[in-house]
Structures are given as structure tokens and as C-alpha cells.
Write a protein that binds this ligand. Sequence first.
Ligand code: 26W
Length: 817
Amino acid sequence: MQKLSKEDIKSGVVEMLRTAYRKTVATATPQQIYNALALTIKEYVSEHWIATHEHFDKADVKIVYYLSMEFLMGRFMGNAILNLSLQDAVKEALAELEIDINLAEEAEHDPGLGNGGLGRLAACFLDSLSTLGYPAYGCGIRYHFGIFEQHIEDGYQVEKPDNWLHYGDPWGVRREEYAKEIQFGGRVVSIKGDDGEYHFTLENAQTVLAVPYDYPVVGYETNMVNTLRLWDAEPVNRFDLQSFNEGQYERSVAEQNLARQLSSVLYPADEHVSGKELRLRQQYFFISATLQRVLQQFEQRHGKKFEKLADYAQFQLNDTHPSLAIAELMRLLVDVYYLPWDTAWEITRTSCAYTNHTILSEALEKWPIELFSRLLPRIYMIVEEINTRFCKNLKEWYGNDPERIRAMAICADGQVRMAHLAIVGSHSVNGVAAIHTEILKNIELANFYEIYPEKFNNKTNGITPRRWLAKCNPGLSGLITDTIGRDWVRDLDELQKLKPLATDAAFQQKFMDVKHDNKIMLSNYIKQTYGHSVDPDSIFDIQVKRLHEYKRQLLNIFHVIDMYVTIKMNPRLDIKPRTFLFAAKAAASYHRAKLIIKLINSVAQMIDNDPVVAGRLKVLFLPNYRVSMAEKLVPAADVSEQISTAGKEASGTGNMKFMLNGAVTIGTLDGANIEMLEEVGQDNIVIFGMPAAEVQALRASGTYAPWDLYNMDFNIRNVLTTLINGTLDHNNHDLFRELYDAMLNGYGGARPDEYFVLQDFASYKEAQERVDAAYKDKQRWAQMAIMNTASAGKFSSDRTIKQYADEIWGLKTEHIQ
Ligand code: 26W
């Protein structure tokens, strides 16, 4: 296939502008220019896309379906340009058209179709799947509103809807021909099938149409283009409302409303389930549509040989959110394709695999049986049957141990436990970092590990080096390529070759010059966008991630308060100036998290208003954290804050992005931080705090007494007093009293300081002093920074995906001509 040339791009853009908008380059808006360029590139991608699918058909390949409620893709265009090696051609074409490429790229709306780590992981995985040549579909929902846009008003988070489709959707291709009907509610009846047997079906169900929109997933320097398939909901009977009798009319209107709601909004909660009916509908909607299409295509290719399904299709469940797949696959095989239960169960079990992303109990999905059985009556029958058979097996294995059986059952206490369904119905259960998998095996899911040891395995998360270095950090990526060649983009272990240069003065200089340039660029962006001045010569200390108590943004801001108080008491204190950058969205209903945002903003203001600390401390909360903001922050970080209570962060992936870009981590022995320590060595990472076992022991002992820490530790006392003595808010001394109480007394029935912020405070403070000392020694710091980049190879999602393919899916790579 002919590569897109500079001339093709120029004429493409000019032509698109003319036909789509009746505009010229001179009169078009940046938005229109972006769309024109995107459409030009998509047209070119389409040829590879078609070739990829022709190959899939011809070679009759095995395909992995990555089922996920969230895909946090970030902007498409820049990534497509990079992966297609079109960067020079595009740059030259736009220059000749006198278009500012940055303006065009920034005009792309960043679609927020995910909450955080789990959604972004799905996006990194798709990039790796295409790059490595594995046939794959990402399957999810085409939400019309992604995660809310966060505004900060008077220091408080305010949520605004994010209508990303408003700006057009140049990358999506509507595939009406693959639309599927999805049924909710109704009554289960059995009718005689054309095989003469009785089969279950639904009567009087509400029906919604699922219509797929396909988005290309371009691999890096390969011709493979996989597909992200997002299902949109539409009413089935759009046109002939009038022709219905009264009963049908009402139902038809209800169906229209249901359709409008179904793919309307992504639930903005992360690590917290709320049991909303619409969410269960969303889950069934995209799962049923996906599986109907897969089985239809399988039948076209292989006839009724469904026993072979697992050899051609693997379904990876991204947490329990898609775990209805297990019951829906059973329904389709038994009710629609007339397979016997046992055969269907064998097919289901061998084609599904489950990834667990969290051990927080409030994130475990459980649905009330009342709701579940009303909304999905046939699916509920199937889940009950799975449960009955499973409990019978348990009885055979353990004898009559009702306690144990109830603890492990899929249906119990009036609820359906989705994690149990996912484990029982899958051939693989994996955690996302070594420590996380160990906690699953030995504590959280120990019961299940005992009966299914062979199912459990670890797949430490990774990130794509394309977006998270090659694309977001052209300075560093250029330096690396000049030094060791360009193979690192496909093989991140190549970065090891930088290790000998960590002590090379000339390379240190170049490396730190790049970092400094990135800090200047970020400072300029912050100045332009928010009007704040930050000093690029200060330490850039960054904590960006969802706002959650277990992630302990509080520990960070408490330490800032401590620094502030310390400087006030000793204005000549010798510390390197620091800029603390925060960005985080709080779930709209998570009051405590929102109060922490307000606290961060109040501390920022207090510091801004104080001439004594001016020039030495700066705090800034950047509103509306999203993928495109991360791409600006990560390359400019000196210090990466990864400070969750040990045992709580399943893996983390932000930690890997910062490491790859030469930031030094200050972190706890949690999630993938532990493996980062193994890779980079203890001289190049700043570890503090209790390890997970100590946290567990302290919690279990029931002896944790934050008041003792308050009484014994002068610094803790000062910090907590600042919360309630009017320093932070002159008008309302009680504004932060909730946080004070939560630390010392427990608030609203909770244990005091659930996440051990005060327990780890002294250790964190000491670790921050180590950071300060290390930074003051320029050579030492440069060496640490380089060692971080050089040791990040393990954390490529290419490594992770290869392990999934080899150890879970049994998937082969394909080569597209
Ligand atoms: C609405 C309920 C809900 C519950 C949990 C929504 C989303 C979740 C996710 C499991 C939250 C999540 O994103 N977990 C993160 O997954 C990352 C990818 O594996 C890990 O790196 C993070 O440690 C984990 O918090």
C-alpha cells in the first residue's frame, strides 16, 4: 500500500475543508482543520483496516475480545500519526499550508470514556495488541457523555457534562448492518423450537437496538489495524409510533426513553459501586450485543461447531463489569443454538478469563436479586443454575459446610456476587501486580484459590511506550533514539543500554536539559491556561490520579502544611524550592474526596498569600485531569507521588509513566511500586511507610491510636491544628473539622484514620527530606532520573500483553501484508 505523502495530506485537507465545510485553510477554524486532517488520515487507515480484516477472514484467526465498560483512549490523531510514521509528512504538509500543527492537535476533544486506571489500561492494551500483531477487538459502550468536566469554583469541584460527540466523531464508523436487538424485563416462557424440543424465551420484553461504531486501533509501524467497537443504543421502532394500539404505544415510548438513557452516561464512580439499575442495563447491553455478533460470525465461518469456540475466541473480562458475559454466553448457546447445558458450560468456561483490579470491598459488584431477576429474568435463571451446580460441587469437595458454601456462593444474602460468577465461569483469574495477586490468592480469594489453584495467575500491568514516551516526550525520545537507536519503541528493554550512561557527565547534562525544557513548556502552559507562575527551577513534585482516601492525597497536602509551618518558624531553612502539582477528579457523590480538593485549594491560597514562603513553596490544583493533561505533566515531573496505603493500590500505572519519563518515585511498598523498586534498585527510588503486612497487622490488632501520635508528634499536632484554627479559612473554622475528626476520632462511625495517614507521616516526612537532599546534588539526581528511564522496560504493556497472549489466550501474532 502506498504510504501517505506530504502532497496527499495537503490535498486531502484542502479537499475535506472544501467539501465538508465550504472553507479554505485561511478561513477554517482549528476545529475544522482538525476534522479535515483526521478524516484524511482515517481514509488512509481504512485501507489497512480492510486488509487486516481480509486477513483475519482468510487465515481464520483466533481473536481476543477485550470486554470493558471503559476505554480511556485519549486523543486519537497524534497517536495515529505517530504509529503510522506520518509525523514528518504531516508536519511538512501543515507547514506548507501555514497551519499550526499544535493548534490542530489541541482542537481534538479528549474523549473521557473511562474513569481512571482500569479504562486507561484497556487503551494501552489495545495499542500493544495492534503493535504486536494480535487479532483483537475492544468492546464497550459509546457513551454520549464521558466522565464529567471538572471545574473548580471557589476551591470546590463542580461537575459539568462532557458532550464529546458535539464536536463530531471523525474516527467512528457506524456499522448499522451489525446492529443487534437487546431484551430487558419480560417473562420467561418455554416454546417448542424447530428441533421439536422446548426452549426458553422471553415474552413482553422491552427491546433496544445496539448499533456498533467502530474505531481504528493502529499499531506502531505495522499494517495491523484492530477495532475498538463501541455500542450505541437506539430505539427499535423509530418510525411507526402511530400505527400501534395503546399498549404498544406506551411500550414503544418507554423503549425510546430506555434507548436514549442506555448509552447516555459513563458512571463517574471509581472503586465504589452504587447498584444503579441503569448500570446493570448498560452491562447487559454491550455484553449481549458483543456475544450475539461473535456467535453469528462464528456460525458463518464454522457452522454449528461451537465446541471449538474457545479455539477462535477468547473473552477477557476487565474486572467484573462485563461478567454477565458468562451467563449471556450460556443463554445464547443453550436457548438460541440449542446446545446441552454441560457442553455450553465447557465452552463458556474455556473462552472466558477474568482480571481483578481492586481489593477494596466497596468496589466489589453485587446486585440485589430483586433487581437482577426483574431486569434480566432469563439471565437470572441461568445464574441460579450455575450457582446451584457450583454449590453442589462445593458440597462434594468439602462435605456439608454451610458456612463455607454461603461464603463462596454466587447467589447469597439476596445478592448476586459478580466476582464469584466471574471466577467460577472463567479459566483464568489474574491480578495486576505481584503483590496484588498474592493478596488475592492468600487473603481476598483464598477460598477460591484453594479449589482452583490452576486458574490464578499474575499479569503485572504496563503502559504503552508509544503514547507515554515517543509521543508525549519528543525531547527525551529524541535523545534516547540518538543515543541507542530507535528499537526501544517496540522493545522497551532496549532502554537498559542507557544504564552505563547514568554516570556519564555529558549524558546527564543532556538528560537534565530535556527535563528542564519540559518543565519550561509546562510552566508556559500553566501560565497561559490558568494564569499561575511556576518556577521551572523548582522541584516539580506531582500527584495526579483519581481522588480517593486510600491514595492519600491527604498525606501529601499534610506534608505541604508541615513544610509551610516549618518555614514560617524558621524562614532561613535551607530547602530546594518546590512546586506541588495536584490534579484529580472526585466521584460526584464522594463528599470526603471533594473536601480534600477544597483543602488542597485552600492550602494553595494560603501559600500564595504569604510573602514569607513565596518563591520556596507553590501548590497548584490543576482542574479537569485527563489523558491529554497527563501527557503534559508526566514529561515535566521530577518527583512522582505514589503514596497509597500499602495493600490498597492493586498496581497503579501512573507510577510507570513517571518512571519511564525520568521522574524519581516517592512511594510506599504497594502495587507495582514494589516491582519498580526491584527493577531500579533502592538507591533510585524513595520508599517509606509501613509494608502491607504491617498495615494488616496493625489494623487487625485494633490497637491503632492516632491520638497517641498526635500527642507525641509535634509536627502532626501542628498540621492537624492548622485544619481547625482558622489559618486556612478565616470565615468558617469548621470547614475542615470533618477531616480533623476523621483522623483522630473517626467520623460517621468509621475507624479513626482508616488509611494510616498519621502512622506513615513521620516516615513520609523523612523520605521527603531524602528527596530534597538528593535533588540538591545535581549529579546524584541526574543519575537517579536516568536509572529510572533505563529500568522501565518491564513496564511496557507489550510485555504484559505478550504474557496474556501466551499464558491466558493462547493467541498467535499475525502479519498483515
Ligand atoms: C463503578 C464501580 C467501579 C469499581 C471499580 C468502577 C471502576 C472500578 C475499577 C476497578 C477501578 C480501577 O480503575 N482500578 C485500578 O485499575 C488499575 C488497572 O489495573 C490499577 O492500576 C489500579 O491500581 C486500580 O485502582
